[in-house]
Ligand binder design. Structure first.
Ligand code: AMP
Length: 177
């Protein structure tokens, strides 16, 4: 499927929800995409085709919607899956990275032994907004000696300039708005 068709597919399966979870936020609800088996398979294949199935050893998914993409990409390619979790969820020793939210701060964690030095890791999530989440994920992976080979998101909110924080790495968005 070409890039235009993939972007149209995402457009057709996203619902814009005004003022969720806060006033002034236009929430991109992509659950209809996960609920349509054929569309979900097309976007997973689109992500894998963009990066190439042998370009990464592990796919990191950011809690929680990123887990759905990462699980499918891992199964499709034979790559391992790395869950990047919100603080306090993992049972063993962790690496942590904190980042600023609109109000306050959030922390992401991975198990300290989850990444091998030199391991090539693709990072996936549903939406790239300010890039804080993706940048914290990058920091976690690099702390552990891993190499981020690229990022994929279903939707990039270009007006928030998140990709600038990830430069010069490959940031792939199926749909840019
Ligand atoms: P950011 O760290 O600002 O790039 O925000 C990205 C994270 O917040 C992703 O994990 C998204 O799931 C979520 N997110 C941010 N903005 C939105 C939005 N407008 N609609 C849906 N999810 C969003």
């Amino acid at each position: 499927m070409d890039e235009k068709a993939l972007a149209d597919l995402v457009v057709g399966h996203v619902v814009d929800v005004p003022d969720f979870p806060h006033a002034g936020i236009l929430f991109k609800d992509i659950t209809p995409l996960f609920g349509d088996g054929a569309a979900f398979r097309q976007v997973v294949d689109g992500i894998v085709d963009h990066h190439g199935r042998s370009s990464f050893d592990v796919v990191a998914g950011v809690e929680a919607r990123g887990f759905l993409l990462a699980g499918a990409i891992g199964y499709a390619t034979g790559a391992g899956v790395l869950p990047v979790r919100k603080a306090g969820k993992l049972p063993r020793e962790v690496l942590a990275a904190s980042y600023a939210l609109e109000y306050g701060e959030a922390t992401l964690e991975v198990h300290r032994d989850a990444i091998e030095p030199g391991q090539r890791i693709l990072v996936v999530d549903d939406v790239l907004a300010t890039g804080g989440t993706a940048e914290a994920t990058l920091s976690l992976i690099e702390q552990a000696g891993g190499i981020v080979t690229g990022f994929s998101v279903l939707i990039e909110l270009a007006f928030l300039s998140g990709r600038a924080r990830l430069a010069p790495r490959d940031v792939h968005a199926l749909l840019t708005v």
